[in-house]
Design a protein around this ligand. Structure first.
Ligand code: C5P
Length: 222
């Protein structure tokens, strides 16, 4: 078997990270949550009171910022300049601001450079919005996952409850629809399915069903 790259893209709360994490675990691959990287720089910018419309400032900030993703038994931990911010980057404030930050082309360029480096040796499952189109462009397996807005809001609601985050279902539906729109309509590498990606609608599938499907597709390519 050969070691491959797996790219998983799709809109907010489609179940990408759950599936990507599980797939990586089953294959013994590294999992990279690129959304966490955009969230981490957004969190830092908010802390420093930086104007989120100022792409140049944000890009310079990113260039002097270290963002590390470390696997742990309870999932991936996120380190920002050596400080652990795994929970902080999921706050409603960061969630509401991240798409504005991620819209800046020069900031994305720096992120993509780091992500290409992380994936260059294969053995990798990476999830995000532009992985199949701009990061792992030669990935052996590209998946584009989606589900209805209602279903995605419901899943995020349950996930938040577990994390102790209190947000109503309506707020989540609004946030997801708003982020879908921003992510799909931005000029710099918008959320779009790569031509060679396989589309999976997860609305009526269980995590296990999606996971099995992806494992099968991965094994065919190894
Ligand atoms: O995946 P998650 O919902 O945590 O991503 C947060 C935000 O980061 C997305 O709504 C999107 O604006 C941005 N993002 C991106 N490109 C990626 C990953 C995330 O623009 N590869």
């Amino acid at each position: 078997t050969k070691n491959i790259q797996i790219a998983i893209d799709g809109p907010a709360a489609a179940g990408k990270s759950t599936i990507a994490k599980q797939t990586a675990e089953l294959l013994g691959y590294t999992y990279v949550d690129t959304g966490a990287m955009y969230r981490a720089i957004t969190y830092k910018a908010i802390q420093l009171n930086i104007d989120l419309q100022d792409g140049e400032k944000l890009t310079n900030l990113l260039k002097e910022t270290s963002i590390e993703l470390k696997p742990s038994p309870n999932g991936q931990l996120v380190y920002l300049d050596t400080i652990e911010v795994t929970d902080e980057i999921r706050s409603p404030q960061v969630t509401a601001s991240v798409s504005a930050v991620a819209a800046h082309a020069n900031l994305r360029e720096e992120m993509v450079k780091r992500q290409i480096e992380m994936g260059k040796n294969g053995n990798i499952v990476m999830d995000g919005r532009d992985i199949g189109t701009h990061v792992l462009t030669k990935a052996e397996l590209k998946i584009f996952m989606s589900a209805s807005v209602e279903e995605r809001a419901k899943r995020r609601f349950l996930e938040n409850q577990k994390r102790g985050i209190d947000t109503s279902l309506e707020e989540l539906m609004d946030d997801i629809a708003r982020r879908d729109k921003l992510d799909s309509e931005r000029e710099a590498s918008p959320l779009i399915q790569a031509e060679d990606a396989i589309f999976i609608d997860t609305t009526s599938l269980t995590i296990k069903e999606v996971s099995e499907k992806i494992m099968q597709l991965a094994k065919e390519r190894m």
